[in-house]
Write a protein that binds this ligand. Structure first.
Ligand code: ADP
Length: 368
């Protein structure tokens, strides 16, 4: 059972600053967990502490129910794949993949068996005698993954492994790593700043900001029930729109923006909680895909109509992004591509009232 547990783990530096604080999460056997957050939020620090490359300042780390804080990296039975691949340029693909086994004094036969097996899984067989410089970025990344696979580690760690690849190769490697996860039935922990990678690959996602876990959940749950304004804005692309306003009583409970441009009736299932916010400031959040136009608003049962001026119109092929301001705040709507509206024109848009989110003005926690 290759389970990994982090209990109250913190990393601090001599100057008193923290890279991460009170980190608690579990990675179950065979689970694929993604750590995601903006640059500097502490993702790599957590991964490096699990690998043993970084000392743990406080807290406990368990691998297979054994405390490993003091165990050296090479004895943790973990393999890490780095962003820059870290391949040896003077060695062939075969030698690069075999190197770790050679260090561990594996026999020639066993080494050959394992490298051949990994090369087959990763479709690297035709390249085994090449040097890394004669490979594409995607192939180099596969060699780096191969080097991890041959060791048959209990846990695989990936640190932004796809960052150096072009967009097309990234999408391809994303599915390859997911396939590999199923095929190897391995426990994997994957770090990325890219929310799309996190959403498409993770069984479970840990969202970090400023060294603190903001939410741990499944991709769908994060999307539908973000714990706070940060998670709501970070997960989903284009990002959720936010507008500040008050909860007021006006023929029923309503959200009213600061300058009264937008007024939205509170959906029945949210009334109980938002009653406690009467006359208080909140943020309203609505995702671009929950804004409709005249061609498709019939699909929604409860909406709020608003006339807006389109600052920018971006046709994406299958859909159109509309940019407009509400009380000086930039909003994006995402509508089906039929007739492309003109930049600068006015347009009636329809906000799906059942899909709005509310956040506490001070703590920014979701109100629900
Ligand atoms: P991420 O991988 O999410 O980009 P890191 O784990 O690399 O973030 O870094 C987390 C934080 O720790 C950053 O704010 C970084 O500035 C800080 N940090 C890293 N090393 C040191 C150090 N030696 N002294 C002080 N702060 C550091």
């Amino acid at each position: 059972m290759a389970r990994v547990q982090l209990k109250d783990i913190s990393k601090s530096y001599e100057n008193g600053s923290y890279a991460v604080k009170d980190i608690n999460f579990e990675v179950e056997d065979k689970e694929f967990v993604v750590l995601v957050g903006p640059s500097g939020c502490g993702k790599s620090t957590i991964l490096r502490m699990i690998a043993g490359l970084e000392e743990i300042s406080s807290g406990e780390l368990f691998i297979e129910d054994k405390k490993v804080n003091e165990i050296s990296p090479k004895d943790r039975n973990i393999a890490m794949v780095f962003q820059n691949y870290a391949l040896y340029p003077h060695m062939t693909v075969y030698e690069n993949m075999a190197f770790g086994l050679k260090l561990r004094k594996f026999s020639k036969e066993e080494t050959k068996k394992r490298v051949t097996e990994a090369a087959k899984i990763l479709e690297l067989e035709p390249y085994l005698q090449r040097k890394p410089k004669a490979l594409s970025g995607g192939q180099r990344q596969r060699v780096a993954v191969g080097r991890a696979i041959v060791r048959k580690p209990k846990v695989f760690l990936f640190d932004e492994p796809l960052s150096n690849l072009d967009a097309k190769m990234r999408v391809q490697m994303r599915t390859e790593i997911s396939r590999l996860h199923k095929q190897l039935e391995a426990t994997m922990i994957y770090v990325t700043h890219d929310q799309t990678e996190a959403m498409t690959m993770g069984n479970k996602i840990v969202v970090l900001k400023d060294g603190i876990i903001n939410q741990i959940s499944t991709p769908l749950d994060l999307y539908n029930f973000p714990a706070n304004k940060f998670v709501a804005g970070f997960i989903g692309s284009p990002a959720m729109n936010f507008l500040r306003g008050k909860i007021v009583e006006d023929n029923g409970l309503k959200f009213r923006s600061e300058k009264s441009t937008l007024s939205i009736g509170i959906p029945a299932n949210q009334i109980k909680k938002l009653n406690t916010y009467l006359n208080k400031d909140v943020y309203l959040g609505i995702r671009p895909e929950d804004i409709y136009d005249e061609t498709n608003y019939q699909q929604i049962s409860a909406y709020e109509e608003l006339k807006v001026e389109l600052d920018l119109v971006e046709p994406m092929g299958n859909e159109i992004y509309l940019y407009f301001l509400i009380e000086g705040v930039q909003f994006i709507g995402r509508i089906p591509a039929r007739v492309i509206p003109k930049q600068g024109s006015t347009k009636n848009l329809f906000f799906d009232v059942s899909k709005v989110h509310f956040f506490d003005d001070k703590t920014e926690a979701a109100i629900r």
